[in-house]
Design a protein around this ligand. Structure first.
Ligand SMILES: [Zn+2]
Length: 251
């Protein structure tokens, strides 16, 4: 996961400072994968979003050269903003302020070494707001262009079409991703349709157990790893096209 021994040539984690001195300013994009450590119902581990960030960023960076893009992948940031999951054991949260500072200071460090563009490849909905605000600061104060990619935004239509409205947290979709990349981490005998406690139209929930019993949404027994494999390939392409189109507009 975040500490791995099989680094690829595009991983900052496997580079010496001499390698990094050359790779960082020459990369079109640095990619920071972002996840979370928070409960994912009774059948999935707390690191689901971090595992997704790790696997999906690898898919992305591996395919970058097919779009004539060069990318350097930073180590996945495992902790995120998860205050709304704190009623379930195992959840670790940074405050929104701390999280924003962490992300900003990672970018600031990379800017010092010549980074031009930074992709925030996010796999946890709770990180969305603090990442956007940190992204604003990074662009304005540190001279690095920021690209915010919430992975599921690029897959949403297809996921909805296949899994219906409630494919989100620990549900059909996330269960499928973990079954595809880390099947040993799914407790198959604990998969069950998640029990909705409330569905608010406008009100914000305070904690996640306001709206769900087991901790998840949707129906993990409907998971489909094979379908997800297609979605990953398609979504990877979509994201790379978007990044390269955005880059072209820089003129
Ligand atoms: Zn998740």
């Amino acid at each position: 996961m975040t500490v791995r021994l099989d680094y690829d040539s595009f991983d900052l984690g496997g580079m010496t400072w001499e390698d990094a001195e050359e790779a960082i300013p020459n990369a079109d994009f640095l990619v920071l994968p972002t996840g979370s450590v928070e409960q994912h119902s009774i059948h999935l581990p707390v690191t689901v979003d971090t595992l997704r960030a790790e696997a999906l960023s690898r898919e992305l960076v591996e395919s970058a050269s097919e779009h004539d893009l060069s990318m350097v992948r930073l180590p996945t940031l495992p902790y995120g903003y998860s205050e709304h999951h704190m009623n379930y054991a195992g959840t670790i949260t940074l405050s929104a302020e701390t999280y924003m500072h962490v992300v900003e200071e990672i970018a600031q460090s990379m800017a010092k070494h010549g980074a031009k563009r930074l992709v925030l490849l996010n796999c946890h909905g709770g990180n969305r707001s603090p990442l956007k605000l940190a992204g604003d600061r990074i662009q304005r104060d540190h001279g690095v262009k920021v690209f915010f990619v919430h992975w599921t935004d690029f897959a949403r239509d297809k996921l909805k079409e296949r899994f219906g409205e409630e494919w989100g947290h620990a549900g059909d979709h996330e269960t499928s991703v973990i079954e595809l990349f880390y099947p040993d981490l799914v407790k198959s005998d604990k998969k069950e349709s998640q029990t909705r406690k409330a569905r608010f139209e406008a009100r914000q929930y305070t904690y996640f157990d306001d709206i769900t019993e087991q901790g998840g949404l949707g129906d993990p027994t409907e998971s489909d790893a094979e379908f997800l494999e297609e979605i990953v390939a398609e979504t990877t392409e979509k994201i790379l096209s978007a990044l390269s189109e955005d880059m072209e507009q820089e003129g």
